[in-house]
Ligand binder design. Structure first.
Ligand SMILES: *Cc1c(COP(=O)(O)O)cnc(C)c1O
Length: 371
């Protein structure tokens, strides 16, 4: 093992200016303050703070009434946390492959899936999409298809806080959207998530399920099964104190991407995902793609091994859900794109606290593999 100082992929970056006085407030006011900050930034009328992005996705499906046997059309190339909540409800994921421009849900395959299911008399209960590593998905096309067929969209914006698509912030699309404040995301509350929506009724329903499905009144009366998903006030206070730094954090992550692109972009066989007009990625993690047919024989694994030797963490792009053993029996609409991105893609350290010296260390380690 190398004795060089470790460099992590995306370690928590805390704003140390934490106002402890905030903790003296009523827990409910602390939660309301954090929710207010996030929903104002994203531009959505209602927000419910919960203890993870995963629980926010679960609640989104819950309030849409997704249950046993219902079909959810889910992006295949994502972190498993996107898809697991479909299983919690006994629903049926149908995975949709990616288009090559953004790595996100392919609108053409999505439509194909909807039409083929319609022929069998089946209508999906929801479309669950992701902005991979902070790169906005093709929202215009997807929303058009979803609206045309009357299928609600759930937007997993866990990696895309601060990203923009046609002047709308990610986290402000679909019937319901979710964010994560997990410790490796752009902003962390030490752990947490948020569910956002324009519809008051959905927000109230989500809050009800997140707080043990209690009926109104002082008697603890329950007609349905609930969850203990509400964010606690300590995490909310921490989240609010971090949120003031959001723009700085995004700027830093975008600068890190520019650095990698400048210093590695001319190596043979290397490419990055680039932004389309009127979109802005949060660049949560910079992802490098290495095409072995043009890289002079260099592979993704070789680059990863070279980084590991230098005590630098890197990680292959998410393994698509349709290739996961746990989902092996799920239907999938596949075009090969996500599998290619997975086999060629490597996520590089992108934390907003990464120093110029460490960026140089990473870039030289990669260049060495090519020389
Ligand atoms: C992190 C992440 C989640 C889950 O968020 P948690 O807060 O860790 O539960 C969901 N989807 C995607 C795409 C993520 O990256």
């Amino acid at each position: 093992m190398s004795n060089k100082k470790p460099i992590e992929l995306s370690p928590p970056h805390f704003n140390t200016a934490f106002n402890e006085k905030m903790l003296m407030e009523e827990p409910a006011s602390i939660l309301a303050a954090f929710e207010e900050e996030v929903r104002t930034y994203v531009g959505r009328p209602h927000a419910v703070a919960v203890h993870s992005g995963t629980s926010a996705i679960h609640l989104a499906l819950k309030v849409l009434g997704i249950g046993k046997g219902d079909i959810v059309l889910c992006q295949s190339l994502t972190y498993a946390a996107t898809a697991f909540p479909i299983m919690y409800e006994g629903a049926q994921p149908v995975f949709i492959d990616s288009e090559p421009d953004t790595g996100n849900m392919d609108p053409e395959l999505l439509e194909k899936a909807i039409l083929e299911l319609a022929e069998k008399g089946q209508k999906p209960g929801a479309i669950l999409l992701v902005h991979l590593y902070g790169m906005p998905a093709k929202m215009k096309e997807i929303i058009e298809i979803a609206d045309h067929h009357g299928i609600p969209v759930v937007e997993d914006a866990a990696e895309a806080l601060g990203a923009e698509y046609h002047n709308t912030r990610c986290g402000n699309f679909g019937k319901l959207s979710i964010l994560s404040f997990n410790s490796n995301k752009v902003i962390t509350s030490g752990g947490g998530g948020m569910l956002l929506t324009a519809e008051r009724e959905l927000a109230e329903k989500a809050l009800y399920f997140a707080t043990q499905a209690k009926d109104e009144g002082t008697v603890m009366n329950h007609r349905e099964v609930g969850y203990n998903y509400r964010m606690n006030h300590v995490n909310a206070a921490l989240g609010a104190s971090q949120f003031t730094k959001l723009n700085e954090r995004i700027r830093k992550r975008r600068e890190i991407f520019e650095f990698y692109k400048q210093s590695l972009g001319s190596l043979p066989g290397i490419s990055f995902l680039s932004e389309h007009p009127q979109t802005c990625s949060s660049r949560w993690l910079t992802t490098l793609f290495i095409d072995p047919s043009t890289s002079g024989g260099v592979t993704r694994s070789q680059v990863q091994e070279a980084l590991t030797k230098e005590n630098i963490e890197s990680r292959p792009v998410w393994k698509p859900m349709h290739l996961q053993p746990v989902f092996k029996n799920c239907p999938a609409y596949i075009n090969g794109v996500s599998e290619r991105l997975f086999t060629q893609g490597l996520c590089l350290p992108s934390g907003s606290n990464l120093s110029p010296h460490n960026l140089e260390r990473i870039s030289s380690a990669i260049k060495n593999v090519f020389s």
